[in-house]
Ligand binder design. Structure first.
Ligand code: GLU
Length: 301
């Protein structure tokens, strides 16, 4: 029997604001899942899109993770420094005609609801995006939390942007290249990305990369039952007071007991949480948040 690789999980925030409760849930959930299986946990900074970045947010997110005791086992990987790896992954797709230059504008694609199935002409002189050609194919996978998933790729998402016309590498390419480069075996993240997973699996196959296991955590809803925005005014958690926020994330993950109660170090509390963690208790459906202590200002981005 081939030995199973040691499990490797990751947390991959985008520096579009301070660490908020939804990201703490993803960070703690991915950390617990990795540790529960005796695996490593990595952090990757998805700083691909300078205009959407909030100055200083990446550093503050990393400081917050440190304050929450969530220390990665390897140096943080910064996507802004990975352009050569993305270019190297893209070239064979271009050579094989699996990726192509596209000058369609948003309004060119209005008739198909923004979904690209073929270039509609025009656009000469405009900078080109690079898209992955998506055939009429159905991608099925089993999500460890959300169960069996199926997406007819061409109908649902069309040809996927790999590099934007204005320059930045697209998330879909970067995430696939970097999950493989970091040898991630177990992806645990918010259910807002469930819908992106089939195109990532398709791209993994086109690039000859392995497909990790996926578990999508339920979305966090605010007191009005609305989804907490990824970069909108989601409540930043207070790194100066890690235990109450960790405790709220623990409850959100449906876990029993109160490993974060009392005094003592955050590391000791996390060790208790790791020992008590039961993945079977994680709820599947979106739900609200317990009272989370937030830090002073709410970030509008
Ligand atoms: N950077 C993405 C985000 O913050 C997450 C990517 C991922 O976990 O695959 O939404």
């Amino acid at each position: 029997m081939t030995p199973q690789p040691r499990p490797r999980g990751r947390f991959a925030p985008s520096p579009t604001g301070d660490l908020h409760f939804g990201s703490l849930v993803a960070a703690l959930g991915s950390w617990l899942m990795a540790r529960h299986r005796g695996g490593d946990w990595l952090v990757r900074m998805e700083d691909l899109d300078p205009p959407r970045e909030v100055p200083g947010a990446a550093a503050r997110q990393l400081q917050a993770l440190a304050a929450f005791g969530l220390a990665p086992d390897e140096p943080v990987l910064w996507q802004s420094q990975r352009g050569d790896a993305y270019a190297a992954a893209l070239q064979p797709l271009l050579d094989a005609g699996l990726a192509f230059e596209c000058r369609c504008s948003r309004s060119d694609l209005a008739a198909t609801g923004g979904i690209h199935r073929a270039c509609v002409g025009g656009g000469a002189g405009r900078p080109a995006a690079i898209r992955l050609r998506v055939p009429d194919t159905v991608i099925d996978f089993e999500d460890r939390l959300q169960g069996p998933q199926s997406q007819a790729l061409a109908a649902a998402v069309g040809d996927v942007v790999l590099r934007r016309a204005d320059g930045p590498w697209a998330y879909q390419l970067a995430v696939v290249v970097d999950d493989a480069a970091q040898r991630i075996t177990d992806i645990v993240r918010g259910a807002d990305l469930l819908d992106s997973t089939p195109r990532q699996i398709f791209l993994q196959r086109q690039l000859g990369l392995p497909t990790p296991a996926y578990a999508h955590l339920p979305l966090v809803l605010d007191a009005q039952g609305r989804k907490l925005g990824k970069s909108l005014a989601a409540l930043p958690v207070d790194p100066a007071s890690p235990r109450p926020a960790l405790s709220a994330a623990w409850q959100f993950l449906g876990q029993a007991g109160q490993p974060f109660a009392g005094t003592g170090s955050v590391d000791a509390a996390l060790a208790r949480a790791q020992a008590a963690f039961d993945p079977a208790l994680i709820p599947r459906v979106p739900h609200g948040i317990p009272d989370v202590p937030v830090s002073g200002a709410v970030h509008e981005t």
